[in-house]
Write a protein that binds this ligand. Structure first.
Ligand code: ZN
Ligand code: ZN
Length: 478
């Protein structure tokens, strides 16, 4: 077991900041000390194995990205990051835990889907990883299987109100699953979009010759998100199940969450960097020399990027400030343009849905601190502390305190990060959805359970360092 001391930095938590040194022994934080402390008369810097100088920098708990899809089969292809490449990119960007989605579809057994996900991840991950369970086919067998999830360390599961024929659940199925979840204490995660109505709108647009990526955003109208969000809240309310709505992008959906929360309901919402920074007009409507108007396919994801004119991006930042949205995850689901996104040339419905952001979440959210959208403490809360609480990891993760895992990031507010292919880009993608973004900060050192994964611009991590996180029940319920 080796010891490590992080000296001279400002330790930031969800509730404050303080000048402190952080002492790590093996995999754990063992002390947060006044700067320059001695221990039993010994100068600590001389008696530890390694000193990390964090002078002038922030020392924060490692990021937790609670929404990723490594190797997800979608639209006849697979998300291009494996557990190995995706978790390595995460580490580069200051994320030290991920929660990915194991998949069960209609006619498949939940146990088989989960076993397949364990097999993909085991021995591959650079950082710690847990799972949510997608229940894509609610029937008597999958409902029964939900009883096993908590013992497996999976205390949240996801349903879809979109993608008929793939992952979709109708209202009767949702109600039954939520009743089960309420009994078991599981958190229901919801993809809240009215999929059957969206599919009709999409087909009508296609028949009118409106086939470019822009119309992906038009078909997936905000009304479809608001309506589904409201319906999910009501179904949850009648069952007593807590509800977590994933990838919220419409301001009207935030209003639905806020109204439910004002009534004291256990209703939560997550948004993603793409809904804070990118838009229907600027990205989905883009064209380039290389790809023509297929360029916008780089940003096809669901829920879609929304109109800047309508002010959705502004509303997402506001929701993060008012805690009507509690978390920022990435919904990392990368596809290359070549052979993947280009499947949708001439038909936006055939573009695989997803954006890759896992490497940049901590930086992109820090930029929100720089521009005054959120406070430094809120940055830590949104990206680490609340994800830990929401998904039953708090105490071990999400905080720098004695007894917690030594997942620590040293972040330099005087550093700079240029995002883009050939600059900062370690995800397995042939383009970046964030090309040209400039960040007024830099991830300097990344430590996962006491091991330095990134320092001095070099990667020291390895596949297999990451271990499986058996999660407890949500620690965020009211
Ligand atoms: Zn989704
Ligand atoms: Zn997702």
């Amino acid at each position: 077991m080796s010891t490590l001391l992080i000296t001279g930095g400002t330790v930031v938590s969800a509730t404050g900041r303080t000048e402190a040194d952080v002492l790590v022994d093996g995999e754990k934080v063992v002390a947060v000390l006044a700067p320059g402390s001695t221990l039993l008369g010994h100068d600590l810097t001389g008696s530890v194995d390694r000193v990390v100088d964090a002078t002038g920098k922030y020392v924060i708990p490692g990021g937790i990205d609670a929404h990723t899809h490594f190797e997800l089969p979608f639209g006849g292809t697979n998300a291009s990051d494996t557990f190995e490449t995706g978790t390595r990119a995460a580490a580069w960007g200051g994320t030290t835990s991920v929660i990915d989605f194991a998949v069960q579809r209609t006619g498949e057994r939940v146990e088989d889907g989960l076993a397949a996900w364990h097999e993909k991840a085991a021995g591959s991950c650079a950082i710690d990883y847990g799972f949510h369970q997608i229940i894509g086919g609610v029937d008597e067998f999958s409902l029964k299987s939900m009883e096993l999830l908590a013992d497996e360390g999976i205390t949240s599961y996801k349903l879809f109100m979109a993608y008929p024929g793939v992952f979709y659940s109708d209202d009767a199925q949702i109600l039954k699953a939520m009743q089960k979840a309420a009994d078991l204490g599981l958190l229901t995660m919801m993809h809240a979009e009215n999929g059957p109505a969206i599919d009709v709108l999409a087909e009508q647009l296609y028949r009118q010759g409106k086939t470019t990526p822009y119309f992906h955003g038009v078909a997936r109208a905000w009304q479809m998100e608001e309506e589904a969000t409201h319906r999910a809240i009501m179904l949850a309310d009648v069952t007593g199940a807590p509800l977590y709505v994933v990838h919220v992008s419409a301001k009207q959906a935030v209003e639905q969450l806020a109204a439910a929360r004002d009534r004291g309901k256990n209703v939560f919402g997550e948004t993603c960097p793409q809904y804070l920074y990118l838009s229907l007009e600027d990205q989905l409507g883009a064209s380039s020399q290389e790809w023509g108007d297929l360029e916008g396919a780089k940003w096809v994801c669901s829920t879609p990027l929304r109109s800047r004119e309508e002010g959705h991006q502004h509303a997402m930042w506001q929701g993060l400030r008012t805690n009507d949205l509690q978390m920022v995850s990435t919904d990392h689901c990368p596809f290359c343009m070549k052979d993947q996104k280009e499947l949708g040339k001439g038909d936006f419905r055939a573009i695989p849905n997803g954006i890759g952001s896992i490497e940049h979440r901590m930086d992109l959210m820090y930029q929100g601190v720089v521009t005054g959208e959120i406070s430094l403490e809120r940055w830590v809360e949104l990206t680490s502390t609340t994800p830990a609480r929401m998904f039953g990891l708090y105490g071990t993760k999400g905080v720098i305190a004695p007894g917690a895992d030594a997942d620590v990031v040293v972040y330099d507010p005087n550093g700079h990060t240029s995002i883009g292919v050939g600059k900062t880009h370690h995800m397995n993608m042939d383009h970046s959805a964030w090309e040209g973004f400039e960040i007024d900060g830099h991830v300097d050192v990344v430590i996962s359970r006491g091991e330095v994964l990134v320092s001095d611009g070099e990667y020291h991590g390895r596949a297999g360092h990451g271990s499986y996180l058996k999660r407890g029940l949500s620690q965020y319920l009211i």
